[in-house]
Write a protein that binds this ligand. Structure first.
Ligand code: PMV
Length: 324
């Protein structure tokens, strides 16, 4: 039995969420912890999945019935990814997948996209098709669109390429940025956000008030372009200000919450360069850009004091890699 294990990192959006769904750029950093998938080509022509972290155990179905019928939420991305791979590169065997994650799927770190990437990269290795990063991106992004209907693909790119990226919708631009350090404090709001619901909420606002929303997207785009330059030149003070401005625009889009606002506010008061929500909003996490000094402890304590959970992460980590 041929087996390959691939790991891929999670992600945090630095600036540009929502606007990036509509032909604008964003900045995203890959975070450790990682998602892992062990993938085997097996004799029986079946798809088998063990993903205990998302409550899927002993799941199996014939390869001919991929994506037929009701699919458990935790199996969707992996199953659609295998179907998409199989359509492009027909598999002659069954596929067994076991996934484990170093981070909880509740955090919004992109566990679904990371597992999609792991499975496609593993299949590419196992079948000898050796897809390059862009080909893996195309298959994984198609998988996300098949399931969600919309999305920029920034999370898929972060899982594949790692590091910190300047990214434009659908991978039109995927530019790795040459940075060594990026010190963030992450606070979890305690609420699991649903990305699709939030994207639809913003679409509704855009239908009612297209000029307002287009204007906000254009302003976000300008912030991202400036932030890219400040990030590369390690101008943390300016980068922080741009992040906080981005948060103001996200509030205008109606995607922040009282809890996120409170965590952001206390982080800034305790000396963060800037702070904002990260991702779709409605819950999940906030990020604060922080000096690498003793202010970090104070910022973390303040976030906890308003009910946030501090999540320890590394930023700018390596992209998808084969582990064995
Ligand atoms: O909720 P997350 O962390 O998956 O981030 C969503 C970011 C959006 O810009 C709203 C959607 C996207 O695909 O870019």
């Amino acid at each position: 039995m041929k087996t390959v294990t691939v790991s891929a990192p999670g992600k945090l959006m630095l600036l540009g969420e929502h606007a990036v769904v509509y032909d604008r750029p964003c900045l995203v950093t890959a975070v450790g912890q990682r998602m892992r998938a062990t993938v085997s080509l097996i004799g029986p022509k079946e798809f088998q999945l063990e993903a205990a972290d998302v409550s899927v155990t002993g799941y199996s179905k014939p390869m001919t019935e991929l994506v037929d019928g009701e699919i458990p939420k935790g199996a969707k991305f992996v199953e659609v990814a295998i179907k998409n791979f199989n359509e492009k590169f027909p598999l002659t065997k069954g596929v067994r997948v076991e996934t484990t994650s170093e981070f909880s799927s509740k955090l919004g770190f992109g566990s679904s996209s990371a597992s999609t990437v792991c499975v496609i990269k593993a299949l590419s290795e196992l079948t000898g098709n050796k897809l390059d990063n862009k080909e893996i991106f195309e298959l994984a992004y198609k998988t996300v669109l098949d399931i969600q209907g919309k999305g920029s693909g920034f999370d898929v790119a972060a899982a594949i390429y790692g590091g910190t990226l300047y990214f434009v919708t659908g991978g039109k631009v995927i530019e790795p940025l040459d940075i060594k350090e990026l010190s963030l404090v992450v606070g979890y709001s305690g609420v699991k956000a649903d990305t699709v619901t939030l994207m639809n909420q913003v679409t509704e606002l855009a239908k009612k008030n297209p000029d307002l929303v287009e204007g906000i997207y254009n302003q976000i785009q300008k912030l991202v372009e400036k932030a890219k330059i400040e990030l590369i030149s390690k101008n943390w003070t300016e980068l922080g200000k741009l992040m906080t401005k981005n948060q103001g625009l996200l509030k205008k889009l109606g995607v922040s919450t009282g809890k996120l606002d409170a965590m952001i506010d206390v982080a800034c008061k305790a000396g963060a360069y800037g702070a904002k929500l990260s991702g779709a909003g409605g819950g999940d996490c906030m990020i604060a850009l922080v000096p690498e000094d003793n202010k970090i402890g104070k910022i973390q304590k303040n976030i906890q004091a308003v009910g946030g959970e501090v999540i320890n992460i590394q930023t700018n980590v390596q992209g998808a890699r084969i582990e064995n």
